[in-house]
Design a binder for this molecule. Structure first.
Ligand code: GDP
Length: 691
């Protein structure tokens, strides 16, 4: 029959993992008593080791849920703190230190905490028991202790002494039972004394006759009776640590000599239950019986809980199986698949387009700086020429000025650091694409994986950055000295630059239009612009300083006016240049000096094409090859099961899904174990009745 408690304790541990549902708790023995009633001494005698916190200042501030596991086949004795991940602590003074630290971590102000410490002790010398040690009741609140302390301890104990738990009520023989805090508390929750075992400690401190009288007490009758003990640890204990279970042996020996010295009071005929060994046996028997009688109700409760979990699994999750590992693997596969798709869509042409549009901007800047910012009379057609585009004025090809302008512009373009620029553009674009893929993947809800993936990308890109940038810079070097543009390239450049200018014109006009509401309408803007124009031509004198404004316009308004005038002039120039580019003169590469837009566009295209060739080899292919491998490395097999679990639970929906499955599995396991236990028990009972 003794296997029952062991099995039930196993089940109890599994149930603890399922989570908080009070209906699922299996009975434990709850130890209560006043401070100094000898509670720790009794517990330590049962375990056979000193391991509880000692000290004058209230040392037990948290419940200690103590599980004793009998290991008959092993000589090893050790404790484990599952919550702390502390395994196989063989030194009991180290267990004592850990318990002291855990208790002291509860601040004086908080006084007691309801958060239990879980400790399991494995030994061939302990019985299978589950015990809960609670802070001792206090009579008077100490000087440095908060007033509510008494109340708080009482509340904590009340929580634990509820059914189906067995109450181990410790009272010292040298204190009147009427004053026993433990018995008083027990009577409140167990008025008929059905699940309380009374323990009378310090029997050696009272006259034997008086001791025997207490044990025979009729005033506070307990169905499970009283057990008298003398469990004071021998003095040598602190100085010379004893070997395994010597403590119990010593105490038992002491008790034997004390009780046998008073056979009349404590002998077999006296009809009292005494001795720590007896107490241990009583505890085992009572716990076993309690467990056995709660078997049915607990398995009913578990069945109900399981039904609820099964229902939730079906309704919420469509019975879809899931594990943290499978979730990670699926997410990773889906992400790699999306990435693969992206690699098919982003190649040389896309890189070229990105890079070219970046260079287009640079070309526009150069043109603005060198050509469009001053009156370029012989480059820009006069108004009457626009009516007859064939007659556009020509920049004299032999003019040194226009040669220098174009040479300087070309040189500025080729020397702007194309290698660095190109690599930056592509690397940032790749990183941005990875971010976009991430945002659309199931990793979006996982900070840990998101970080790992972003880092995987940036690591590869950073590693390749300098060599790629150098390579590209090297390869465009020839263009720094000479750029040959053939007819085909020229005409492509011409077509393309018209599109670019058109876009620039649109931007300019949009910016101009956006100023209207900012100054209070189109008319107002026109007025300010007219004023700015006149002032520029010197037709009117601007009074007042720049800050306070002039002509009845505020400084802010004037600033907007100047901006508008700039944009309008820029738009006019672009319009003219577009016409110039479209005109016949610009159809021939020979006229490059007065068609700088076309020439620079063609040059930019050459730079982009060459850069892309090398970017493709040095950066893109490398990235496409290494990125999925880097992902496997960071999120694949080398993650520990705990890390995988942690990852999966970052997503609240997945967390809940996993928890339901786990709960269901654990409950199924527990139910199976309970059913077989009940069968076993049924057989035992049958056996018993036959015998
Ligand atoms: P707790 O505060 O209830 O845990 O009480 P302890 O177990 O720490 O015991 C309080 C004091 O009583 C200690 O000094 C013990 O040595 C002493 N003590 C405990 N049990 C006995 C006993 O059976 N006989 C005697 N004489 N002293 C005891």
């Amino acid at each position: 029959m003794m296997v029952l408690t062991k099995k039930m304790i196993e089940i109890r541990n599994i149930l603890q993992k399922v989570g908080q549902s009070s209906s699922l708790t299996l009975p434990s023995i709850v130890v209560i008593g006043s401070q100094s009633s000898g509670k720790s001494s009794v517990l330590e005698a049962i375990v056979g080791h000193e391991f509880l916190p000692k000290g004058l200042n209230m040392v037990t501030r948290r419940p200690i849920e103590l599980t004793l596991v009998n290991t008959p086949d092993s000589t090893e004795e050790y404790g484990e703190f599952p919550d702390l991940g502390l395994r196989k602590v063989t030194d009991f003074s180290s267990i004592q230190r850990t318990l002291t630290e855990l208790n002291m971590a509860v601040s004086e102000a908080e006084c007691v905490s309801h958060d239990p410490i879980h400790l399991t002790i494995y030994s061939r010398n302990v019985p299978d028991l589950s015990l809960i040690d609670l802070p001792g009741y206090i009579q008077v609140v100490g000087q440095n202790q908060p007033l509510q302390l008494k109340q708080k301890i009482s509340e904590l104990c009340d929580k634990y002494i509820q059914p189906p738990n067995v109450i181990l009520a410790i009272s010292a023989a040298d204190v009147d039972l009427a004053n026993s805090a433990a018995l008083r508390a027990s009577r409140r929750v167990d008025p008929r004394g059905e699940r309380t075992i009374g323990v009378i400690t310090k029997l050696d401190l009272v006259d034997p006759a008086r001791g025997a009288a207490i044990l025979n007490d009729k005033q506070y009758p307990l169905r499970l009776g009283y057990v008298g003990v003398v469990s004071k640890a021998p003095q040598s204990q602190g100085l010379f640590k004893m070997g395994s279970s010597d403590l119990l042996a010593t105490i038992a020996k002491n008790e034997k000599s004390y009780f046998s010295a008073h056979p009349h009071e404590f002998g077999p005929e006296a009809g009292v239950n005494v001795g720590t060994l007896n107490l241990r046996k009583t505890l085992m028997r009572v716990l076993e019986q309690t467990m056995s009688s709660s078997l049915q109700s607990t398995s009913d409760a578990i069945r109900q809980e399981l039904e609820e979990a099964t229902y939730e699994f079906k309704v919420q999750y469509n019975d879809r199986p899931l594990s943290a590992e499978s979730y990670l693997a699926e997410s990773l596969d889906a992400f790699k698949h999306a990435f693969k798709q992206f690699t098919e869509e982003f190649g040389r042409p896309e890189m070229h387009e990105l890079l070219k549009s970046e260079l287009d901007q640079k070309v526009l800047d150069l043109l603005a700086a060198r050509y469009w910012n001053k009156p370029v009379t012989d480059l820009t057609p006069a108004q009457h020429d626009l009516d007859n585009l064939a007659d556009l004025p020509k920049a004299d090809p032999d003019s040194l000025y226009w040669r220098r302008q174009l040479d300087a512009s070309t040189s500025a373009l080729t020397k702007l650091g194309v290698g660095r620029l190109a690599t930056t553009v592509i690397a940032s674009s790749l990183q941005a694409h990875v971010d976009k893929l991430l945002a659309n993947s199931s990793f979006a809800n996982h900070p840990f994986a998101k970080k790992a993936i972003t880092e995987a990308a940036s690591t590869i890109l950073n590693e390749r950055f300098y060599s790629t940038s150098d390579q590209v810079e090297n390869c465009i070097k020839p263009f720094k000295f000479d750029i040959e543009v053939d007819e085909r390239e020229w005409s492509q450049g011409r077509d393309h630059v018209v599109t670019v200018l058109k876009k620039e014109l649109q931007d300019c006009e949009a910016a101009l239009a956006s100023l209207e509401p900012a100054v209070g309408g189109r008319r107002k803007l026109k007025e300010v612009m007219t004023f700015v124009d006149k002032a520029r031509k010197g037709d009117i004198t601007v009074e007042g300083d720049g800050r306070s404004g002039a002509g009845g316009f505020s400084a802010a308004l004037l600033a907007k006016g100047r901006e508008a005038v700039f944009l309008r002039d820029r738009a006019d120039i672009i319009k003219m240049r577009m016409m110039a580019v479209k005109a016949k003169q610009c159809s021939n590469p020979k006229n490059k000096y007065y068609c700088p837009e076309v020439f620079l566009d063609a040059a930019a295209t050459k730079l982009a094409s060459t850069a892309v060739l090398f970017l493709n080899v040095e950066l893109l292919s490398e990235f496409y090859y290494n990125f999925p491998r880097e992902l496997d490395l960071r999120l694949g097999r080398h993650l520990s099961p705990e890390e995988v679990e942690k990852f999966a639970k970052e997503d609240p929906k997945i967390r809940r899904h996993l928890e339901v499955i786990r709960k269901k599995e654990l409950l199924e396991l527990v139910l199976e174990k309970m059913d077989s236990l009940r069968q076993l028990e049924g057989r035992d009972r049958e056996h018993g009745s036959h015998a």
